[in-house]
Write a protein that binds this ligand. Structure first.
Ligand SMILES: *Cc1c(COP(=O)(O)O)cnc(C)c1O
Length: 394
């Protein structure tokens, strides 16, 4: 056998044609020449593709797709949603800085805000995400460097008034970071509403098939993008090329998936609102939603998302029985897949709280959370009806 490497892609590309789908560049390193070294040295290694923790064409293809969905200048793929959030906040904050953050955030983000950032010397002030006056007061009093919140909260399914909070941030020379995971760029493009950075778990609706953990940071500020990229390199939060391919593959159908899931969620919300056994339906598209009107129109001008909350009569005991009887919806944590996922906050995302704390946080007993997939409204409504009637009707 001849010595040397068997495969030299740059040299043996004999085909006149090119693949429609980006190849999975499952390679850690890239063969270099004098031009590459000059590029690496000239850009601190940020531009030339030379090592896959810095950049990789398959990962770049996924990033370009996220940026396109947001109409943004730049996206960076990360190993998970938490890598996107942690890397962004550590890039923007220094010891001695203050962060004003929503009280209602994802559980692991809450840990980051209550344990890890304070340990790095960051003061974290929490406010009610849906109270614009509270954001205003906290910013005036604490002069933060960064404001942080989620477009659509879990499991209240309330909307943050992004234009108002962005205005407050910019009036004080601070930046607004928004977690847009639940809303998705199909319903909300936070950068267009004034946010400075969008962080997302691509694990959920973006990739959309419950088969890959990934995240993304999206922004228009090129200099800040390089700052975040530098931390991804030093903290090692890069996405693997194989995972990036799955994320890219999932995003090819993002628009049609979201259109169908949002439409189905709205129909299921309407049908279940009149159903015996259901006390209340939470969906941002409903007129009885607390953010209906100006906030919903600004933050979700079109479809109102694929997340739905049903408050069942009979409390947490009953909701658990209903959950166990569902045959179409799958009892699982997470969201955003092609299959409808059902969960109850009291035993999963919010189990550490007491019933009273949950009530104070807007999580009533009997709340069932649905991430609506692609089974269609008939199958989902029939499934909910059979589960509710099997556990004692109304
Ligand atoms: C899932 C989720 C995250 C974390 O994403 P991972 O990909 O699991 O790291 C962050 N924010 C929200 C709102 C989420 O739903």
């Amino acid at each position: 056998m001849a010595p040397g490497n068997a495969y030299r892609p740059g040299r043996d590309h004999t085909s006149r044609t090119y693949p429609v789908v980006p190849p999975i560049y499952q390679t850690t390193t890239f063969e270099l020449d004098d031009t590459s070294y000059a590029d690496i040295q000239g850009t601190g290694g940020l531009r030339e593709t030379w090592y896959s923790r810095f950049s990789n064409p398959t990962v770049d293809a996924a990033a370009a797709e996220v940026a396109r969905l947001h109409g943004a200048a730049r996206s960076l793929m990360t190993a998970s949603g938490m890598a996107a959030i942690a890397t962004t906040l550590v890039t923007l904050l220094r010891s001695g800085d203050t962060l004003v953050a929503a009280r209602q955030v994802y559980g692991d983000t809450d840990d980051l805000l209550t344990r890890d950032l304070p340990a790095l010397g960051v003061t974290v002030i929490r406010v009610d995400a849906f109270d614009t006056a509270a954001w205003e007061r906290a910013v005036a009093e604490h002069r933060p460097a960064v404001l942080y919140g989620e477009t659509l909260s879990n499991p209240q399914l309330r909307l943050m008034d992004i234009p108002a909070v962005a205005g407050i941030a910019h009036g004080a020379g601070a930046r607004l970071v928004v977690d847009n995971t639940f809303a998705t760029p199909f319903c909300t493009r936070p950068l267009a509403l004034g946010a400075d950075v969008v962080v997302e778990s691509a694990t959920k609706f973006l990739a959309g098939h419950s088969d890959v953990v990934a995240g993304a940071v999206t922004l228009d500020d090129g200099a800040l993008a390089e700052e975040v990229q530098r931390r991804l390199i030093t903290f090692g939060g890069c996405l693997d090329p194989h995972a990036a391919f799955l994320a890219w593959r999932g995003m090819r159908t993002f628009g049609v998936r979201l259109a169908e899931s949002c439409r189905t969620a709205e129909v299921v919300a309407t049908k279940m609102a009149d159903e015996p056994g259901i006390e209340h339906v939470r969906y941002p598209g409903r007129l009885d939603h607390p953010d209906a009107g100006a906030v919903a129109d600004a933050v979700m001008p079109g479809p109102k998302g694929a997340m739905l909350g049903l408050v069942l009569a009979g409390g947490d005991e009953r909701v658990l029985q209903v959950l166990r009887r569902l045959e179409v919806a799958v009892e699982a944590t997470s969201l955003g897949g092609v299959e409808t996922l059902a969960s109850v906050p009291f035993n999963s995302s919010h189990f550490t709280m007491t019933p009273q704390q949950r009530l104070d946080a807007g999580i009533p007993p009997g709340l069932l959370r649905l991430s609506v997939g692609l089974e269609g409204e008939e199958a989902l409504v029939a499934d909910l009806r059979q589960a509710i009637s099997a556990t004692g009707g109304s």
